[in-house]
Design a protein around this ligand. Structure first.
Ligand SMILES: Cc1ncc(COP(=O)(O)O)c(C=O)c1O
Length: 416
């Protein structure tokens, strides 16, 4: 039995010993299945790679904020990175203390800041001069300095998909170095703002070490500059972004990643804050869907229409993202080419293009792998489709951690 996720046995695909077909039978499809063991292993891989160097891992809730997932990460010793006041609320309900939460996000509304500033979070990661002033006004009214970090845009190419690259000057995120230096200078005389760190995050699904190292070098360099000019910073926030292998190709290992971070940040003498999302939960889940129909496509390929699509897993339609797909039970026979498509009324609702798979038939189950991050978190009600169920497998047992939404749940928000 694999202790870290999904494997094939005589009973078809299993998650840590539990047959996926048994879960689908009881809960229905589409259903996200998570391996708690895989999440623990991912967290520990990164955490232990620091070998005692002071650090904290602030799990990026945006990747997946299902309550039980956030709660599991909390029990492992994670802190949290929230991207909205609602993620902060979720984090607080899970049990994260305000000092364990950093608040990021390119557009924080006044009402979000009114909630966040009094909490005394570890830091609000500020993205503009205007946002800094809005925080200052609230802090002054409260009579208590707000802890802020400034997100600096380093103009570094993450070499990732353009939609998930955030570190180039043309991207909307953070402030450029010149503007950051002006903000830092102004902060020496702004008594209701306490600068605790510099923050950088250049993008997601980064699969080579060089940009991650450059970003760490950049933020450490700026931190050292500030230390020399008398700022007492508390830590260096290097953001998230470590990629995972969706297609089996090599990616940066947690050990190499952390070694580079520590190398670059050590000269500052400060602890490292990392905001990993995808790398913590991405590989720990498969989305299980049922085939509704097989119909002809070309002379050599068929469509397999499944009951999950862009409403449950938006990444393929949004980023042309690749996810491995395989039947839960293998049928004998030669591999055949399938276009795996969802039920949503959009041509972009293709979950897997041109896949060579063992023969499929209507009613078969398929597993769509590595869907733990930016999967259920991005699900929508488009076409009035209900949010899917979610199941956690832990120590050979499984439980529903989010029931499938119903039409009544959806309509409970609406009136004539
Ligand atoms: C500021 C910030 N921190 C952390 C993350 C998490 O990134 P990832 O899931 O790639 O680790 C994101 C997501 O893009 C982000 O915007």
């Amino acid at each position: 039995m694999s202790s870290t996720g999904f494997s094939r046995t005589d009973h078809g695909l299993v998650c840590d010993g539990v047959a996926l077909s048994a879960i689908a039978e009881r809960v229905g499809t589409p259903v996200y299945v998570y391996s708690a063991a895989a999440i623990r292993a991912r967290f520990q891989d990164i955490d232990q790679a620091f070998h005692g160097y002071p650090h904290s891992l602030h799990y990026a809730l945006k990747a997946n904020s299902t309550f039980a997932i956030a709660a599991l990460l909390k029990t492992l010793g994670s802190a949290a990175d929230a991207n909205s006041v609602w993620e902060i609320d979720l984090a607080r309900r899970v049990g994260f203390e305000p000092q364990d939460i950093v608040f990021t996000g390119v557009g924080k509304s006044n009402s979000e800041l009114e909630c966040a500033v009094p909490l005394g979070l570890k830091a609000i990661n500020v993205e503009s001069a205007g946002e800094l002033s809005r925080i200052e006004t609230i802090a002054e009214r409260l009579g208590r300095p707000a802890r802020v970090a400034v997100r600096v845009n380093p103009d570094i190419d993450a070499q990732s998909h353009p939609h998930i690259s955030t570190g180039l000057k043309i991207n909307k995120f953070g402030v450029d170095v010149a503007a950051a230096r002006e903000l830092f200078a102004s902060l020496t005389s702004r008594s209701f703002l306490k600068l605790v760190a510099v923050h950088v995050h250049i993008g997601s699904q980064i699969t080579s070490l060089a940009p991650l190292r450059r970003a760490a070098r950049f933020v450490a360099g700026l931190t050292a500059e500030l230390q020399q000019s008398g700022h007492h910073l508390e830590y260096v926030d290097v953001g998230g972004g470590l990629g995972i292998s969706y297609d089996g190709k090599d990616v940066v290992s947690p050990a190499d990643y952390v070694e580079a971070l520590v190398d670059e940040v050590r000269p500052t003498g400060l602890p490292i804050v990392v905001e990993p999302g995808r790398s913590m939960v991405g590989p720990a889940s498969a989305l299980i869907a049922r085939i509704l129909d097989i119909k002809p496509r070309t002379a050599s390929s068929d469509f397999a229409v499944i009951d999950a699509g862009m409403t449950e897993l938006m990444r393929p339609a949004l980023y042309n993202a690749f996810h491995r797909i395989e039947p839960v039970q293998l049928r004998p026979g030669a591999a055949h080419q399938y276009e795996i498509v969802g039920p949503v009324c959009e041509s972009s609702d293709v979950v897997g293009r041109d896949r060579m798979l063992s023969p499929l038939e209507a009613n078969d189950l398929v597993a769509i792998h590595d869907t733990g991050a930016y999967g259920s978190a991005m699900a929508s009600n488009y076409n009035r489709r209900p949010l899917p169920a979610e199941v956690m497998v832990d120590h050979g047992e499984w439980r529903v951690i989010r029931r499938r939404q119903t039409i009544d749940d959806m309509l409970s928000l609406e009136t004539m």
